[in-house]
Design a protein around this ligand. Structure first.
Ligand code: PEP
Ligand code: MN
Length: 338
């Protein structure tokens, strides 16, 4: 439930509403928009609260039940769009965020070389997996903490903030020592213990859509992080499983405008995992930006034929740079910047 304050409501009026919510045993999320302040009531079953107990307070304009099962992720809760700032690099504003880098960190030299190349090409964030969720236990599982150290060195050299995957609650501490953004992979979208652990951190969380999770389920996963007190959450469409075997997954472009309609959270598109084929990555990236995505995540490898994971969907640095130029025109056409 949200309590919408009157335009220009005095601070003591807002304070009185907050006090009433806290007396009821619930937490508060304050959203101060340009026009008015919204007091969000967290942790409450809306039907247990009488709207009149707030409507009677001075300065209150309206009390609204949020009909969606996700509350903090809902558009009702926040005026405008959430914009996340990571050391000056923004996600969710006018600028399209570009997360680029290899699927896996393979060696120090390799990640440093790739980091410089993607920076040159126009990336705003460096991606790279150190803890890898592989479908086979016999596949390369990632360099672990050593890989995180190389990512941190690449950040130092390029200035690009880093995003890397965390797979379990007991990895949160070590990954958090190095990364700027936690990535929750498609195989962990509904790992609620992990989401709860991340909700207690102060770093942004990038939640990928599971290959068989609905849009609503994805937003409920984001809600887990938000409800634990971490408001820096973004979600990512990375393809879902359908009957079509030609592509690795089916990139659901519908999800982008759908989530933008339902939620204030930034939406990122990952056309690499969404297609599994580098030849298709560019076209789907452009479609995603045209559809309103706030950013794209792509895999870039100095020599994809030698990649230890996901080579078939990885762009060469040259192809990445070309894609960035093409995307710039699409971004401008839809009123965004790159
Ligand atoms: C990845 O980003 O390399 C990855 C494993 O992605 P997903 O979780 O979407 O499969
Ligand atoms: Mn990958």
């Amino acid at each position: 439930m949200i309590v919408i304050m009157k335009q220009g409501a005095a601070p003591e009026r807002i304070e009185a509403v907050v006090k009433r919510v806290e007396e009821m045993g619930y937490k508060v999320h304050l959203s101060r928009g340009e026009a008015r302040t919204i007091v969000g009531i967290i942790g409450a079953d809306d039907y247990k609260i009488h709207q009149d107990s707030f409507l009677a307070l001075d300065g209150v304009e309206n009390v609204v039940r949020i009909m969606q099962p996700f509350k903090l992720a809902s558009r009702d809760f926040v005026e405008g769009n959430t914009c996340i700032d990571v050391n000056g690099a923004k996600i969710g504003g006018e600028q399209i965020a570009v997360f680029a880098g290899p699927c896996s960190v393979e060696s120090r030299e390799m990640i440093l070389e790739t980091a410089h190349m993607v920076k040159e090409g126009g990336a705003t964030f460096l991606r790279g997996g150190a803890f890898k969720p592989r479908s086979s236990p016999y596949s390369f599982q990632g360099l672990g903490e050593e890989g995180l150290q190389y990512l941190a060195e690449a950040r130092e050299q390029t200035g690009l903030p880093v995003i890397t995957e965390v797979m379990s609650p007991d990895e949160v501490e070590v990954v958090g020592e190095y990364t700027d953004i936690f990535q929750v992979g498609a195989r962990n979208t509904q790992n609620y213990s992990l989401l709860k652990a991340l909700s207690r951190t102060s770093k942004p969380v990038f939640v990928k859509r599971g290959m068989s999770t609905t849009i609503q389920e994805l937003l409920m996963s984001a809600e887990y992080v938000l409800s634990g007190g971490n408001m820096q959450v973004m979600v990512c469409e990375r393809g879902i499983r359908t009957f079509e075997p030609y592509t690795r997954f089916t990139f659901d472009v519908n999800a982008i405008p759908a989530i933008k309609e339902l939620s204030h959270l930034p939406v990122i598109a990952d056309p690499a995992h969404g297609t599994g084929k580098w030849e298709l990555v560019g076209a789907v990236a452009k479609a995603a930006v045209a559809a309103g995505a706030d950013g794209i995540m792509v895999e870039v490898h100095p020599d994809p034929s030698k990649a230890w994971s996901d080579g078939a969907q990885s762009l060469t640095p040259k192809r990445f740079t070309k894609l960035m130029q093409e995307l710039r025109a699409v971004a401008e056409a839809v009123g965004r910047k790159m």
